[in-house]
Design a protein around this ligand. Structure first.
Ligand SMILES: Cc1cc2nc3c(=O)[nH]c(=O)nc-3n(C[C@H](O)[C@H](O)[C@H](O)COP(=O)(O)OP(=O)(O)OC[C@H]3O[C@@H](n4cnc5c(N)ncnc54)[C@H](O)[C@@H]3O)c2cc1C
Length: 311
């Protein structure tokens, strides 16, 4: 368990900007990045050699931050951000996906796949490009509407199979079981990654028969049978479901915000004050995740300046 002033989640332009502005105010920070590199969005979605504009798609063109970002290319932009981290002695904690955020007695406890941090403030700068993990086998495209990666599309009175053994899978299953017929399939024989509350809830639901647990069973494939998902299990059995919900890691930005208790408006944009503080006191929002359709690098850098003025 490490104690820091600020945990910054996401090492894209906004998160890096926040880390630099925080260091300049002598704050003790940790910069957490779920992938194995900084600037994952730029690396994954920008073509090599792409021109990067400072004034992008009608966004603010003046950069008020201490990172000297100018018009350039994909490569020069990543280099500028990487150099800024090095100059301020900041090392991003790579492959550190945040699993949970809890607040106890005014202190946040941030748990990642690699460790835990106590802090007074959190800045969420995870962009809008998060993606849930998908299974190895092919999913029929004709069932796209019935095969989901969150529980937002459930109508009620459905026969649902939730797939996964983590906290999200358990929470989906327990929540949905009040108005649906729910089974949960997990390839391991027992749950090893659940927090105490979810473990109790899922076991209670299984004992009362509200949820059917299929533990130690994997899925070999899924087919479309007259609009239903026909799931072939590796124990030789099969079953038809109205809906499948995969919760096998990865998360969408919206899921992440909800997990932190952050309210979003009807467009999925977090509710914030003028300092970019969310409805959860002490949690701030920087960069694309604070917008409906994404913004720009300068927007993320300037958000960092706004937030660090009040921290
Ligand atoms: C094709 C394309 C071209 C563009 N061209 C330009 C341009 O020319 N000029 C310009 O200014 N802007 C451009 N943009 C927009 C710009 O890339 C974004 O506005 C900017 O990347 C947003 O920065 P961010 O830090 O908010 O989010 P991101 O860059 O998306 O960074 C978020 C980071 O958080 C990490 N992350 C996500 N979830 C978690 C988690 N749970 N835990 C830890 N880490 C997490 C991600 O891996 C990522 O590294 C372009 C965008 C695209 C897609």
């Amino acid at each position: 368990m490490k104690n820091v002033d600020i945990v910054i989640i996401g090492a894209g332009p906004a998160g890096i900007g926040c880390a630099v502005e925080a260091k300049l105010k002598n704050k003790k920070v940790v910069l957490l990045e779920k992938s194995n590199t900084i600037c994952q969005t730029l690396i994954q979605f920008y073509k090599d050699g792409k021109r990067v504009d400072k004034a992008y798609k009608g966004c603010e063109g003046t950069n008020y931050s201490h990172i000297p970002f100018e018009d350039g290319t994909k490569e020069s932009t990543i280099q500028t951000l990487d150099t800024a981290l090095k100059e301020h002695n900041i090392t991003a904690e790579l492959s550190s996906e945040v699993e949970s955020v809890k607040k106890e007695n005014g202190v946040f406890k941030v748990s990642t796949t690699k460790g835990e941090y106590n802090c007074k403030n959190i800045i969420i700068a995870i962009g809008r490009m998060g993606k849930p993990n998908k299974p190895d086998y092919k999913l029929p495209s004709s069932l796209n509407k019935n095969i989901n990666f969150n529980a937002n599309s459930v109508q009620g009175n459905e026969k649902i199979l939730v797939i996964g053994g983590g906290n999200s899978a358990a929470e989906y299953a327990v929540d949905l079981a009040s108005s649906n017929q729910v089974s949960l399939c997990y390839r391991k024989k027992e749950f090893t990654r659940l927090n105490d509350i979810n473990l109790k809830d899922i076991n209670d639901a299984a004992h009362s028969g509200t949820i059917l647990l299929k533990l130690g069973v994997d899925i070999d494939g899924v087919e479309d049978e007259n609009g239903k998902a026909r799931v072939q299990f590796n124990d030789g059995t099969y079953e038809l479901y109205d809906r499948l919900i995969y919760a096998i890691g990865g998360s969408t930005p919206l899921d992440f915000l909800q997990k932190c208790g952050i309210e979003v408006d009807d467009k999925g944009v977090p509710v914030m004050d003028t300092n970019k503080q969310s409805n959860v006191e002490g949690i701030f929002i920087a960069g694309d995740i604070g917008t409906k359709n994404g913004a720009s690098i300068v927007t993320g850098l300037n958000d960092a300046v706004t937030i660090l003025k009040v921290l």
